[in-house]
Design a protein around this ligand. Sequence first.
Ligand SMILES: [Zn+2]
Length: 1086
Amino acid sequence: MSKMQKISVLLFLAWVSFLFYAGIALFTGGFLLTRLELSNHSSCREPPGPGSLPWGSRGEPGACWMASRFSRVVLVLIDALRFDFAQPQRSHVPGEPPVSLPFLGKLGSLQRILEIQPHHARLYQSKAHPPTTTMQRLKALTTGSLPTFIDAGSNFASYAIVEDNLIKQLTNAGRRVVFMGDDTWKDLFPGAFSQAFFFPSFNVRDLHTVDNGILEHLYPTMDSGEWDVLIAHFLGVDHCGHKHGPYHPEMAKKLSQMDQVIQELVERLENDTLLVVIGDHGMTMSGDHGGDSELEISAALFLYSPAALFPSAPPEEPEVIPQISLVPTLALLLGLPIPFGNIGEVIAELFSEVEDSQPHFSALAQASALHLNAQQVSRFLYTYSAAAQDLQVKELHRLQNLFSKASADYQRLLQSPQRAEAALQTVIPELQQFLRGVQAMCLESWARFSLIRMAVGAAILAAACFLCLLVSQWATSPGFCFHRLLLIPMAWGLAGAIVCAGLLATTELKLDPVILGAMAAVGSLLPFLWKASADWGSKRPLAALLPIPGPVLLLLLIRFAAFFSDSFVVAEARATPFLLGSLILLLVVRLHWEGRLLPPKLLTIPRLGFSAPTGPPRHNGVQALGLGVGLLLCIRLAGLFHRCPEETPACRSSPWLSPLASMVGGRAKNLWYGACVGALVALLAAVRLWLRRYGDLKSPEPPVLFVRWGLPVMVLGTAAYWALASGADEAPPRLRALVAGASVVLPRAVAGLAASGLMLLLWRPVTVLVKAATGAPKSRTVLAPFSGPPTSQADLDYVVPQIYRHMQEEFRGRLERAKPQRPLTVAARQLGSVYSAAVVTALTLLAFPLLLLHAERISLVFLLLFLQSFLLLHLLAAGIPITTPGPFTVPWQAVSAWALMATQTFYSTGHQPVFPAIHWHAAFVGFPEGHGSSTWLPALLVGANTFASHLLFAVGCPLLLLWPFLCESQGPQKRRQPPGNEAEEEEEPLMEMRLRDVPHHFNAALLQLGLKYLFVLGIQILACALAASVLRRHLMVWKVFAPKFIFEAVGFIVSSVGLFLGIALVMRVDGAVNSWFRQLVLAQQR
Ligand SMILES: [Zn+2]
């Protein structure tokens, strides 16, 4: 019976977690754009395809795929230069005065040049691919590919572009690239520039710093002549949009300033130089960008050269081209290979032979540029489709055939130039058709938000949260039935999903596992909710579903709302301790308040059917205040270990987060080392003290032996490893090999010890030892394993006396043989803390290997963390009255505080929810030589380092339920017993045995606790998902919200698994305790 309940609880928790996973996966699939990133590079020596190299390259020294047309380029990137910003003021109706908008007609110099020198200049409307955020656009503008957020196989440690790109090709060819402006380029192309002037880009309210900085250096640099490519990235227009929007007079001023810049540049240009003025994206009516609306994706592109560029005058309406066209065009114009992953199409017009009067030669030159471009794109497609499967096979085949045909036509054209003119009419469109087809296919598979997936994913997340709230409320209500509620709807959902999958399998439709998972989730959720509403809808109004007390609800709402602000997400490291501190103060105040107002008898614990008053509440005001102050102190101290987000340049990260090996001073280093080892020893001592306080460390049970001997060995191993790691460079050469060997062996040994300790714990989780103690006969060591109103008559009649008799007979005999002279008494210690002892032991065993993955000084944080959890549990326990015989509930404030502490610890251990802040060195702990080709092991190590706090707090979550029972044993000496009470044994604290006695309530409480914790975490991930989708056009979406969502999602998965394991551990212990009792009973009956 009880076993079935346990299985139901675990299954239900697994199912709820699955609902969340399905929602997360579906949302991620719609939100994060993915494609595989290739590391191949184009080079001059390798032409992109077979066949003779075209035109121009023959015999010319230094020529690459194509002879260069310009030796120098000035690239002026005006951030957010929307296409219509470059247009003149025009009237819609002829004869009326032109519409006067602040952003229209301010770039007058472009118009003047277009009118005066029509063969030298051209204005295009360039279409950017979403997401239209600066960093993604810069990636596209240099690689010629589509932007993605996660590039599979990319290097998360930095933003640096690893794909082949224009800047890399330029530096490979020995060209001098000078950069000035937005410091995003510094992250994208570290060390690539021969000269660079970076200015901070983060403050969008500052319109002038970057632009004025550029202007200070632009003309002197240009005049110095020490450059081949000059890039100036102005940010004023973009920031003006963010601050004022495009309809503000400031915008007119800013654009006029840019006009001035262009005019001055044009005057300084020489004949061999090309001027490119480009906007990376547009902006909406309110001045924002990031999404895919027409105003955001249309940007201006202006080309000019003092030498004639075009054979014809510009068309009436500027041509529309994809923005990435600039990449292959610039590469070929500068005589560079086109970047390997480019899928852009060259602007063919620019490759016409302007001087040549024959149109035939002009077209041939265009065809050869297009053909080179097509060859390069085809080579990329071939390589990409061999490595990844996300492109549609059918379309791929069609495009390959198209390319083969166009290529054959082109070769024929070269061999028989006499019929060239007619053939050219077919070759050029064929090549263009191929290139455009490839772009469309890639766009389809790589770069589109799927709003439906995002919405359904968020809806599943919201429904799962609602479900958690609903069931956590029911779990402790009377008449709650496990099987009916949990198993039937799950069976329905599972059956439905299997039928769906079966149907789809027979129709041979290839289905995304993500969609299948989502279908299973929705399929099982709907019958459940329907059944639930049928069962409870009439009895429980919806208002009763909001059981969260006001202050906690407010706190959760604040936390929910904070995910929608980039500043708050960035400042979460400081906001979380504040919220936690507020909650603790609230708890202390409330406790004090209640302790005064409630008469003591309301907090009494009836026991064995007698309603005996137990005296004052477990904490008085001073104690609660002390706990609160201690907690706040811990939070403050842990706050000393902080790592600054890169968005706040004024903030300075704590130097204590770095490993000791990076310290130079010998004395300071030794002191720190001593402090770290001291923290380790203190941690060990605290755990052992705790275990001894509630039980006994002298029993010969394997887990107890392990705690006594294994843990100190682990501490020794860790300390020795730290000594080696921090001083490895100072080791004498003779010992190098030994040191290297030890730094491999030690961490692995510690991890192995921890793993074997956990196995031992699972094998023999009952550390209760029937033990004979020496001493006074009436010491308080005897625990009756039974309490409360009897759950069955058999218990009352048999268990207690039997256990006693059994113990006494067994041990008297054994001990009389050993030490016959001493007086004896028999004790079953630790029964009262059997659950929490297992959880605390498991936590300690987990904490040591996790600690090893961090820098040494984080051990102080771990010590603080253990102390802080201890204090928090004590404080919370004080506020939870034990209501025997059940139902037991863990209040919302306890669960919220626990979740907040997990977040606080995440930051205090030196983490930040951004990819560059991940502690990559963790992958090399125990593997100093790296991992070879294996990727899962380093990923596991880095993941364990990053989500250590999530894991520890989730596994430790059952302590929230157990601790109040533990606190019952505050010591019998404190509790004044009324004279003439019942027998002494019955007054002994029963502690956690109260839970065992009412399995139904115990299981319901575990289920409720798990669901509450999942709810608190669930609304965080829901908030992140909603923030990311609502703010998908926000400036910071790819820098702040998307990484936050990913970290929160992985953190949720780790937490849910940890929670499951923690609850399963408690149930395993419970099962073992039950069989222990059963054995005693059986032994007695024999
Ligand atoms: Zn931008």
